[in-house]
Design a protein around this ligand. Structure first.
Ligand SMILES: Cc1cc2nc3c(=O)[nH]c(=O)nc-3n(C[C@H](O)[C@H](O)[C@H](O)COP(=O)(O)OP(=O)(O)OC[C@H]3O[C@@H](n4cnc5c(N)ncnc54)[C@H](O)[C@@H]3O)c2cc1C
Length: 423
């Protein structure tokens, strides 16, 4: 029987109301936390519904623990959160690479925040409690309650059964627009290319000898994408200024030739902060466990696709660790601690709102009064382009060589808006 053609009819039933609140936030990722805590601070009776047993979304469940950008966009709730993580030794706010980029003349990234996911969970729980936000975890939002074209609540499922939550305002911070989709909002699932930026799991590894890693980096700076410099080590200031290392290119290439480095992995990219270094730990996030175009045709709203991506990620994690142990100095005794609870979707359903951003906006450098974000992308030739809004300074739209951009736009670059998952 072809998929989607076999149905049964659910019997109608009475569903108990779990709570009636002012603001209901579905999801506790970066977006949901900010929305819920700020709503509660402004006096709203607020409830978070979260499917995981902990808060944090991709930052905790998918180990997406790297954030970077110009320092001056780190304002408001995000700044407060970052500073409180820093106080707890779970992140390090750094100034980084102050040089001008030769291609664009635009200042590249100048802050970098690499966080410890476990502490993020604790901080999120503390801040939610301080603000008086109610939380129900281990609970999946499964449907939207729609009346007169407005979402009045949601249906939840958890160990207590199927219940309803009614709210004056429902904020969909599920990352996948689950509530919007179930409410029948117009959704544009796929870009023209028909594939999304792939879902990616991440991996936590222990037993790393950072002194040996540093030694190798000092001897082979050409093997690394990050400009580490000859004095590089993992001590003091110098240690703290490097939080992500991508490279080991010659070892990867040799490994590929010998069939030891899994062909489906792009390379090695290690994410660390000083607290990880002290404990000999590191995270492998991003491209190393991704992501062929074929895998971009797996969608985060399809349970079988998500499962397959998780299984692939687990297999690759094993192979990656085996390669590290065998071939990469400093990793001889390393071991796999865990693979992230979830794969990180980098792209998902897009709600078609009143205003739709398109690729043309990039070329024209269009801006508007209610812009809220800045995007940095690296173009295929390595040039860094930063798209600023009128809310942040000193970089402005007028700095950008947009209309005359000579760069080839790859589908991935053209989908750069994926990071603007704001509620
Ligand atoms: C590999 C990778 C690299 C990235 N790199 C960067 C980067 O360099 N810089 C950057 O800024 N961003 C980056 N991102 C993106 C960033 O991680 C996300 O944009 C951000 O985490 C999204 O936050 P969010 O709150 O919108 O959604 P999420 O973090 O996905 O949170 C959604 C929450 O909702 C919950 N949820 C979902 N569905 C339901 C449901 N039906 N019922 C109940 N709960 C539900 C989830 O469990 C989760 O807690 C990257 C992402 C990936 C995967």
């Amino acid at each position: 029987m072809p998929e989607g053609t076999d149905f049964i009819r659910e019997p109608e039933r009475r569903v108990p109301v779990y709570k009636r609140v002012g603001v209901l936030v579905c999801g506790s990722g970066s977006a949901g936390l900010a929305a819920a805590i700020c709503a509660a601070r402004n006096g709203a009776d607020t409830l978070i519904v979260e499917r995981n047993p902990f808060l944090g979304g991709q930052s905790t469940a998918a180990f997406q623990n790297w954030f970077g950008g110009p320092t001056d966009i780190l304002t408001g709730f995000a700044k407060e959160f970052a500073e409180r993580l820093d106080e707890r030794g779970a992140a390090k706010l750094l100034e980084r690479f102050r040089t001008q980029n030769a291609t664009t003349g635009i200042k590249p990234l100048n802050y970098h925040l690499s966080i410890e996911p476990e502490e993020w969970k604790y901080l999120a729980a503390d801040m939610v409690e301080e603000a008086g936000v109610k939380v129900i975890t281990n609970t999946l939002a499964v449907d939207a309650i729609v009346e007169n074209r407005g979402v009045k609540g949601i249906i939840i499922e958890n160990k207590s059964g199927r219940q309803a939550v009614m709210a004056d305002v429902v904020i969909d911070a599920s990352g996948d627009a689950d509530i919007a989709a179930r409410a029948g909002a117009p959704i544009d699932k796929l870009p023209k290319s028909e594939y999304l930026i792939a879902m990616i799991p991440a991996v936590r590894v222990g037993g790393i000898n950072y002194q040996k890693v540093a030694e190798y980096i000092r001897k082979h700076p050409e093997d690394f994408r990050t400009p580490v410099g000859s004095g590089f080590d993992f001590n003091g200031e110098n240690m703290a200024s490097i939080q992500g290392i991508g490279g080991w290119t010659s070892l990867v290439n040799q490994g590929k030739e010998k069939g030891e480095f899994p062909a489906e992995l792009h390379g090695i990219s290690l994410q660390i902060n000083p607290s990880h270094i002290k404990r000999g730990m590191g995270y492998f996030i991003g491209a190393h466990l991704s992501s062929s175009m074929k895998e971009g045709k797996r969608y985060p709203w399809n349970a079988e696709h998500v499962m397959q991506t998780e299984l692939d990620g687990r297999n690759r994690a094993r192979k990656l660790v085996a390669f590290l142990q065998k071939r990469v100095p400093g990793f001889e005794d390393c071991f796999l601690i865990d693979v992230s609870n979830h794969v990180g979707p980098q792209d998902s359903r897009r709600i078609i709102g009143e205003y739709v951003l398109t690729r043309q906006h990039e070329y024209e450098g269009r801006t508007s009064d209610d812009d809220i974000a800045l995007i940095t992308i690296t173009w295929p030739d390595g040039g860094v382009l930063q798209y600023a809004t009128n809310l942040v300074s000193p970089i402005t739209w007028t700095d950008l060589p947009l209309a005359t951009s000579p760069y080839t736009v790859t589908p991935a670059a053209a989908q750069m808006y994926y990071r603007l998952r704001c509620p």
